[in-house]
Design a protein around this ligand. Structure first.
Ligand code: FAD
Length: 419
């Protein structure tokens, strides 16, 4: 096991899952509680830590569109500054259009950072690079022990503690368990939390592509009756494709040779960026939405995809997880300044749940609505709706600010920084 010292078995907080949500929560809680006496003891458990990454390694297929609020959290932790420039791509425009129209015509809507008085709408960041810098940071944090090469096998809760046992029999205890182990969360199951999941009958196909026309630092998205196809601009001039389509169509697209696939993608995008060439293999993943009925309970809290899973069409999943992480870390850090404060105090955990659940459910509903609105029989109306929103400047600006993570009730650490 691990970088943890063998004599430490009791912790205040254990975080299960070192994805973006778990890593950022751990780093923030350690940072916000740095002056506490006695020092907070945090354990981070991750079954698959990121391996070493060469500077010239091919860009990973999972890239995230991060909102300015997410960047503010990462800046605050000093993680943003460590990201290699080649793995971050700011974008200042978003162009969305419907199957019946063309990019730039009346059945389209575009969002421009300049119109909002902002420098960028968001940033495309490689998930692996972000995890890598977060791991480096956490490994050096005082009070944090990382367990990286042992899977937890048992989680037992009693009144004052939870006990987690690993393969091999070693165990640790903690006063609070934070489940951050993703959509298929093992800890959510162990904690007996009710979880509802529904597949969209769609598959997301991802690949990095070269387009004949430059991407113009723009995120492009076309809503087809079968599902949305999106291109996110990458720093090296390529674009990252996320094509959501029904299972049957996906099978055909994945079986097609690279040229045939590229021609079909050009048609799906109505030639908006000209000829296309795929530069990586195509990878697919099933699309589903899911939500945990409760985010908190006796000595536990769920954050990130362990609590909610949304359609990737507006790139909100990681952003929501980062806001969960910030909100929970903030509530806990304030509470833990009190003498004899218990990290598992349910009243504090409930404050986090109240702060985040509504926003997450609203976003999930909005993703659902958007995904379905452009399918028959509503597609025609959705196109007209888009045209209307494009003309209603205040509404359009409000929508853009919401997507940027600004028109929300933000935790203090997610408030924009002057940098
Ligand atoms: C193709 C694709 C594109 C996406 N694009 C965007 C985007 O543009 N913007 C955006 O905001 N979101 C996007 N998302 C969603 C985003 O990737 C997820 O919402 C986000 O990564 C969830 O982070 P997480 O830390 O909650 O979970 P995860 O990233 O799933 O991390 C969970 C971690 O827990 C570990 N783990 C699992 N089980 C255990 C266990 N039993 N014990 C210990 N550790 C365990 C895993 O190894 C993993 O490291 C996209 C998703 C996909 C699939």
């Amino acid at each position: 096991m691990s970088t943890a010292q063998n004599n430490i078995t009791d912790f205040d907080v254990v975080v299960i899952g070192g994805g973006i949500a778990g890593l950022v929560f751990t780093a923030l809680l350690a940072d916000l509680s740095a002056t506490r006496t006695p020092a907070l003891r945090i354990a981070l458990l991750e079954s698959l830590p990121p391996g070493p990454m060469a500077a010239d390694a091919e860009l990973d297929l999972r890239v995230l569109a991060l909102a300015p609020a997410s960047r503010a959290i990462l800046l605050r932790l000093g993680l943003w500054q460590l990201l290699p420039a080649a793995r971050v791509s700011p974008y200042s425009r978003m162009c969305v259009w419907q199957a019946a129209g063309q990019a730039g015509d009346s059945r389209s809507i575009s969002f421009d950072a300049a119109e909002l008085g902002e420098a960028e709408l968001g940033y495309i960041v490689e998930n692996r690079a972000l995890r890598q810098v977060a791991w480096q940071h956490i490994k050096n944090l005082k009070g944090v022990s990382c367990f990286t090469d042992a899977a937890p096998t048992k989680l037992i809760q009693d009144t004052d503690n939870s006990t987690i046992t690993f393969t091999g029999g070693q165990a640790i205890t903690a006063k609070l368990v934070v489940a951050a182990d993703g959509a298929r969360s093992w800890s959510r199951q162990q904690l007996g939390v009710e979880y509802h999941e529904r597949g969209y009958g769609q598959v997301g196909i991802v690949s990095h592509i070269i387009t004949e026309q430059p991407h113009q630092a723009t995120a492009w998205q076309r809503f087809l009756p079968e599902g949305p196809v999106a291109l996110l601009p990458l720093a090296d001039g390529r674009s990252s494709l996320v094509w959501s389509c029904p299972d049957e169509q996906a099978k055909e697209l994945l079986a097609a040779d690279a040229q045939t696939f590229a021609r079909q993608l050009e048609t799906a995008l109505d030639g908006a960026l000209g000829r296309i060439e795929c530069t990586t293999p195509r990878v697919s993943f099933p699309l589903a939405k899911g939500y945990a009925k409760a985010y908190t309970g006796r000595r536990f809290a769920l954050i990130g995809d362990a609590a909610h899973r949304v359609h990737p069409l507006a790139g909100q999943g990681a952003n929501l997880g980062l806001l969960d992480a910030a909100s929970l870390a903030e509530q806990l850090a304030i509470h833990l300044q009190l003498p004899l404060a218990d990290p598992g105090d349910l009243r504090v955990l409930r404050r986090y749940e109240r702060a985040r659940k509504g926003d997450n459910l609203l976003t999930m509903g909005a993703m659902d609505l958007l995904n379905q609105a452009f399918m028959p029989p509503l597609g025609e109306w959705a196109g007209m709706g888009m045209e209307m929103v494009d003309r209603l400047r205040p509404l359009k600006s409000r929508l853009a600010r919401y997507a940027m993570g600004q028109a929300r009730d933000l935790p203090a650490v997610a408030q924009p920084l002057i940098d």
